[in-house]
Each structure stands twice: as C-alpha cells, then as structure tokens.
Design a protein around this ligand. Structure first.
Ligand code: AMP
Ligand code: MN
Ligand code: MN
Ligand code: MN
Length: 291
C-alpha cells in the first residue's frame, strides 16, 4: 500500500513503480498456475501485475478465493487480431472480466483457436507427424490452445530441439505448419476492450519486425481506432527500441505500458518485472487506475 506522502509525489515516481503488465499463465500458453505466477511476481518485487493470457481471462476465476495478495492485480487479456494481413496482439488492461461483450468475444476467439488448431494439426500430419491434435490437446489441457502447445508437442516427439526451432521450421509465418490468420480486426479487438471498460494496448510493437514507416502506420491506425497505449517497454528489448517507441507514443498521444511477456521461469529475456524503466517522456498507462 502507498502512503499518503507517496501518493502526492509527482508522476515520475509512478513511472518508477515496478510493474509487469503482460504475463501468461497456464490458462493460455504459460507454464505456471495463476497462484504460482503471483507468488513469483511477489518474490521478484513486482508491485503491480496484469495476467494477460491469450484470449482468456480464466486465470482470474482461479484467484477469486486467494487472499493476502500483496501485488496490485490488474485484470487483463491479450487478444489476437489482424491488421492488414498481419497478426497483431492487443493487450486489454483493467478490463471487466464479467462484461457480456468481452465474454462473447472470448468465446469467438476460442472458436477461432480450435478451428485453427485443426488446420495446424492437418498441416503437421501431412509432414509425416502422427497424433498431432490429440497429443497437443493433451499438453494444452483446458488452456486456450495455441502454437506454443504445438511447439511443445513437436519437442516432446523429438521432431525439433527447442521452441525456436519449432517456430522457425513449422509454426512461424509462412512455415510448413502455418494456418491462415482468421482473427478479427485490430479495430474490433480495441472495441471489445473499450466496451469492457479496459485500456487497449498495442503489445510488443518491435516483435512485428516492421520498417519504421510501417510501424508508424500501425501506430497511427491503432490510435485512430481508439487504442490507448503502446508497450513502449517489452521484455529486455534495447534502449534504442524503447526510445523509438516512446517518441511514437508521444507523437500519437498514446500512453505507455511495460511488460515482460513472461511465459515460464528460465526465459532469460522475460523474467517477471525485469524490464527497464519507461523513458522519461512517457506517461505510464497505470496512471489511469492508480489510487
Ligand atoms: P498463438 O497465440 O497461438 O498465435 O501463438 C503465439 C505465441 O507463440 C506467442 O505468444 C509466443 O508465446 C509463442 N511464440 C511465437 N514465436 C515464438 C518463438 N520464436 N519462440 C518461442 N515462442 C514463440
Ligand atoms: Mn504466448
Ligand atoms: Mn503476444
Ligand atoms: Mn504475450
């Protein structure tokens, strides 16, 4: 809890809070149970945490009875969407997980995921692998099924050595097991988040590997569609990238978010809350709900 004094300090100190507003649990493609994630975040000194599973808020129902959480928990989601022909991820922060529109959206997204899973499995079967769909569902359990589960399966059967190889050869864009991108538009994802009272954040912009001009176009379209913030800091990306994104945020009057995109312990580029501070020119998105 903050003291009255801390509350009155200038915004700059809010910027210095240790936050992690982009993390995954085993409700999607992360490895930890929601409770374990919170415990590890607390151990890492995170003060504000958002669980942002892919197209799922199921982690939060597992936490309803959990008491004595010292970290401030912000309800979130990471929605898969499409901008032009490209897949882009939109994080929703401080959403109402009981909002009817959001619930319907999640149902729709899960349907796209199961349809896509069948397509990916077919493609991998035609590469000579067996039992792909059943094997992958066994790994995914109740989670929102995704490509990382397929990667896990390919590793388990010895087809590839690691996740990177799985994506490079089979699961990445234009690779052998790729399924067409049938997601709803970015603008739709923003509306779903907005409609549930949340703030839409463009996730990990540097991961899309765009030219500067294309990146600017994406951010301009995101802002025009009602987007609220961009992930100026994502994982352990370089300062140069963060500075470039901070400038774009300023230019398009967007707030800034920060997240590790944590999936599992041991991912060195995504330890919980290990991101560097936001560049000084940024206005943190958590300013919107901090008391
Ligand atoms: P999906 O949401 O099913 O489209 O899968 C996207 C997820 O796959 C991302 O959130 C990452 O967790 C994972 N992913 C994508 N590319 C890679 C990669 N090269 N190495 C490891 N994981 C990856
Ligand atoms: Mn993921
Ligand atoms: Mn993502
Ligand atoms: Mn993510």
């Amino acid at each position: 809890m903050m003291t009255e004094n801390e509350r009155n300090l200038p915004d700059k100190n809010i910027s210095l809070m240790r936050v992690d507003l982009h993390t995954h649990t085993n409700a999607s493609d992360g490895n930890l149970l929601p409770g374990e994630l919170i415990f590890q975040a607390e151990q890492a000194g995170v003060e504000m945490l958002a669980i942002t599973d892919h197209d799922s808020v199921a982690a939060y129902s597992q936490l309803e009875t959990k008491k004595n959480i010292s970290v401030q928990l912000i309800k979130g989601i990471e929605i898969s969407s499409r901008w032009k022909k490209m897949g882009v991820h939109i994080v929703g922060l401080n959403v109402d997980i009981n909002n009817a529109g959001l619930k319907a959206a999640i149902k729709k997204q899960q349907k796209i995921r199961t349809t896509r899973a069948k397509l990916i499995a077919d493609k991998l079967q035609s590469q000579g692998f067996e039992n792909v769909l059943e094997g992958t569902y066994k790994i995914a359990g109740d989670a929102a099924i995704g490509r990382l589960h397929f990667a896990h399966y390919l590793i388990a059967i010895g087809a590839v050595k690691n996740y990177n190889a799985a994506f490079k050869k089979y699961l990445g864009d234009n690779k052998l097991g790729e399924a067409k991108n049938e997601w709803e538009t970015m603008s739709q994802a923003i509306q779903w988040i907005d409609g549930s009272g949340g703030k839409a954040v463009l996730a990990h912009p540097a991961k899309y590997k765009l030219t500067h001009a294309k990146m600017e176009q994406l951010i301009a379209d995101f802002a025009a569609a009602g987007g609220h913030a961009i992930e100026v800091v994502s994982g352990l990306q370089t300062q140069e990238i963060s500075q470039r994104l901070a400038k774009l945020a300023e230019q398009y009057h967007l707030l800034a978010s920060s997240g590790s995109d944590f999936h599992r312990p041991g991912q060195s580029w995504a330890a919980l809350g290990a991101q560097s501070e936001l560049p000084k020119t940024c206005r943190p998105v958590w300013e919107e709900w901090i008391q």
